[in-house]
Design a protein around this ligand. Structure first.
Ligand code: G6P
Length: 610
């Protein structure tokens, strides 16, 4: 969380910093700030709230500079106040922005206070500004002061620093949080992700753990954790500007919901182009890594965890392998029984969720080195730490509530289940062909589900005034009920819970009354009759039902039972299609309640802290 951008250029960097911060706002949006070197002075503008508010203040101040840094914050240490907003300044000379958490900040603070440094914030970050300043006072360059300072820090950081005594240099450091350098013509950049700088350059260098870097107008120099100069590969990013812009849509979430036929289609195309369900889909080493897998352990957080829960049904049914799914923050802190023949699958849209990364490291430390990452961001930390990788082709996802990343993760996980099944001789060629054909038809079925939007939007008006909602599903649709509840709560702030429909009688039925809408995901599968019984249990208590069914489910509307039907029954891929209406229900309910759909309160898209 927190987004960083910095620039050194032959032109005014203020608009570049502001644009970059707007694109990084998904990482945190409590407060924003920039610091620039203007003439002889470091000038800073900070505001609580959104980047737009800070931008207005920067315009009013008439800032114009060739060197500067910016930050958008998701508060960890210290509340959401202007004095806690970044950049932090030491002695009016050095300005710094930080993403991450400095674990030994208290000890460093005491030490620096004893040296006469005065603190004006409650953040862990201000310590780093003073610490670099302290080292700078011992002589040497800004870079060497940064290199000395980071060796005294414990924790995670991405840092960008400017100093008025060094008007031709921007320095940066990375440990545990993403940071890249952007290479332009007569201008260079540092940023948390490429979206922040893509309108200026696509040529990027991903810093490695422990790297520091020095940027001037003419070039960049990277140093490894031992301060030795290193050459890091230059990548050309394929992130498109269109994927970062709203276009005709009102919200990124709405845009991303509607992009799903394309995102799923692109992900399926990758599978088809690779020749179908083949180990090679997951990387060069995959055939040997997957050959003797005995079990699968999935690790993830949030929506990605629900993708994992869905995959368990597929992996056990199609591959006949036991599969466990854990929330990453739980797994990493419990004693696990390591099995070197277990495949560890991490799922992460961003590839940088701290708990997922730490769970992966923990799994490896238990001697489990068969690791696969399903991720949407190439070159991010989690795939880089995994032996096998499947990159979903969702494109940039900006809305905090995940949508297209989720459905493309499900496609990837389905491909994994079939591939494992094939490797284990569980599936004959005909069945494999049927499953590939089902995937090919998926974008069309998702489009049909999207066409239900007016009907779903009409339901949203019934949800908007409610305080609570219950989502029920069975089998592969139980995780979709969980995801529906999560979507609703995170963007509309209505308390919602997802339950396996069979658990209704074991607790949640006590909550059901006329004020509790109950959403049921009830496609025509082997569990339909059981779901119908659950619906009767709710109706008998006066609960109002909102049922998502499909073409083949034999349901009819009745008093208190509303039904929306997806036009096709898509068999085993049905949970992917049923994700669409629950996303739309959350979106339209949030619209009706007037919440900030893309930036729900207190949340951030990329969670790089515990
Ligand atoms: C945050 C986001 C969610 C996401 C979760 C896991 O909570 O708001 O949308 O599902 O993190 O993120 P990841 O990038 O690891 O999938």
């Amino acid at each position: 969380m927190c987004g960083i951008v910095g620039a050194i250029a032959n032109r005014d960097v203020v608009p570049l910093l502001v644009e970059g911060l707007k694109r990084l706002e998904y990482r945190g949006y409590d407060s924003a700030g920039i610091a620039v070197l203007s003439g002889e002075a470091v000038r800073r503008v900070r505001r609580t709230g959104r980047v737009a508010e800070m931008e207005a203040a920067a315009l009013a101040e008439g800032l114009d500079a060739r060197l500067g840094i910016g930050h958008t914050r998701w508060a960890t240490h210290g509340g959401v106040t202007e004095s806690n907003a970044h950049p932090h300044i030491s002695h009016g000379e050095l300005a710094l922005v930080h993403n991450g958490i400095i674990e030994n900040h208290e000890a460093q603070r005491q030490r620096l206070e004893a040296l006469g440094y005065e603190f004006t914030s409650q953040t862990d970050t201000e310590v780093v500004a003073h610490l670099i300043h302290h080292h700078r006072a011992q002589g040497g360059s800004l870079l060497s002061a940064l290199q000395a300072a980071v060796k005294e820090l414990h924790g995670a950081y991405a840092l960008a620093v400017i100093d008025k005594r060094d008007p031709t240099t921007l320095v940066a450091a990375r440990m545990g949080c993403p940071l890249l350098l952007g290479l332009g013509e007569g201008e260079n950049f540092v940023a948390s992700d490429v979206s922040a700088i893509v309108s200026a350059t696509r040529r990027v260098i991903f810093l490695e753990e422990g790297d520091t870097a020095e940027l001037t107008i003419d070039g960049v120099h990277v140093f490894d954790a031992d301060d030795a100069p290193v050459a890091r590969e230059v990548h050309v990013s394929d992130v498109s500007l269109a994927s970062l812009e709203l276009g005709p849509y009102r919200h990124f979430m709405q845009k991303e919901i509607h992009e799903q036929p394309r995102a799923i289609g692109d992900t399926v195309e990758g599978i088809v182009d690779a020749g179908g369900f083949d180990a090679g889909l997951f990387g060069k080493e995959a055939a040997s890594v997957l050959a003797d897998v005995e079990s699968v352990q999935i690790l993830a957080c949030g929506t990605s965890y629900y993708a994992g829960l869905t995959a368990r049904y597929w992996i056990e049914a199609l591959a006949g392998i036991p599969c466990a799914v854990d929330i990453a923050s739980e797994y990493r802190y419990r004693k696990v029984v390591g099995n070197p023949k277990q495949l560890i699958v991490t799922i992460s849209q961003s590839g940088e969720t701290l708990d997922t990364m730490e769970a992966l490291k923990y799994a490896k430390a238990q001697g489990q080195d068969k690791t696969l990452s399903i991720c949407n961001v190439p070159e991010s930390a989690i795939p880089r730490a995994s032996r096998l990788v499947f990159l979903t082709r969702a494109g940039a996802e900006i809305g905090v509530a995940s949508t297209k990343a989720f459905t493309t993760q499900l496609v990837a996980l389905f491909a994994l289940a079939v591939t494992l099944g094939k490797l284990r001789g569980q599936l004959d060629e005909a069945r494999e062909g049927e499953l590939l054909e089902a995937l090919r038809h998926l974008p069309g079925s998702v489009q049909h589900a999207l066409n239900l939007e007016p009907q779903v939007a009409a339901w949203a008006s019934s949800f908007a005034p409610r305080q609570h909602a219950l989502f029920l599903g069975r089998g592969t649709h139980y995780p979709i009920a969980l995801e529906g509840a999560l979507k609703l709560k995170e963007i509309s702030y209505i308390h919602a819970e997802g339950y396996p429909a069979g658990e209704l009688k074991h607790g949640p039925l006590a909550l059901v009354d006329t004020q509790m809408p109950v959403v049921v995901i009830a496609p025509n599968d082997a569990l339909l009759e059981k779901v119908k019984s659950n619906i009767q249990e709710v109706r008998a208590r006066g609960g109002e039902m909102f049922v998502f069914a499909d073409a083949d489910s034999s349901f009819s509307e009745s008093e208190g039972v509303h039904v929306i039907r997806t036009p096709r029954h898509v068999g085993i891929l049905s949970p992917i299609v049923h994700a669409i209406p629950v996303q739309m229900l959350a979106y339209h309910t949030a619209l009706a309640r007037g919440t900030d759909v893309d930036k729900p309160r207190n949340l951030a898209k990329s969670v790089t802290v515990e």
